[in-house]
Write a protein that binds this ligand. Sequence first.
Ligand code: PGA
Length: 250
Amino acid sequence: MRKNIVAGNWKMNTTVAEGVELAKAVAAGSSEVPSSVELIIAPPFTHLVPVAEVVGGTRIGLSAQNCADKEKGAYTGEVSADMLVSAGCKYTILGHSERRQYYGETDATLVDKVKLAISKGLSPIFCVGENLDEREAGRHFDVVSEQIKNVLYTLSADEMAKVIIAYEPVWAIGTGKTATAAQAQEIHACIRKVVADKFGALAEEITILYGGSCKPGNAKELFACPDIDGGLIGGAALKAEDFIAIALSF
Ligand code: PGA
């Protein structure tokens, strides 16, 4: 049985003090959420250690939003997978469209990041998704399939078993435009098929999250789809009440 997960991507928001308060509020609300739903929060790097203290001993998993493609050494400004593990992370988001778009992350770099993260014991939350032009040209299935093949097809089955996939159509991120449940379901089913083509039955065990303007008002319809196993939540994860309401939508 694959897991249902709701993960909050805080992006570059909140001060350390605000982040600690938000984590406390999420921890307080988490008792309402059935234990079948896994909760993850991904604060900025500066917040990880104090937030780890807040969520330590709770059911909330800690994630980073990115990690270096190199193990250690003279890479000014980078944060390594070992550092994330030592700060209390179990997960890291990788390949978010904002990293691909604004910081030039390529599939080639992501292969190194994903493999390194897994080798250090982190589960990557690997993001894929098409932009508006690609969607309008009807190329979304191809774009997403290529992103999966270029990165995840380089993994062994044991490595792949650690991966969570997040489908995030770029045109829906932070825009208030959500993919309809039908649009999201058809592409999630395609992603699972692409994973199955390489990894067989393992595809049924892989959690595939939807992300892009997911909120309390639309989460239920999205999560009811057979291939949507939860959400990667941006804006709505900055309000504990909304984040918990989304987690209650299964
Ligand atoms: P959003 O962001 O929920 O604010 O659209 C989702 C994401 O980018 O992870």
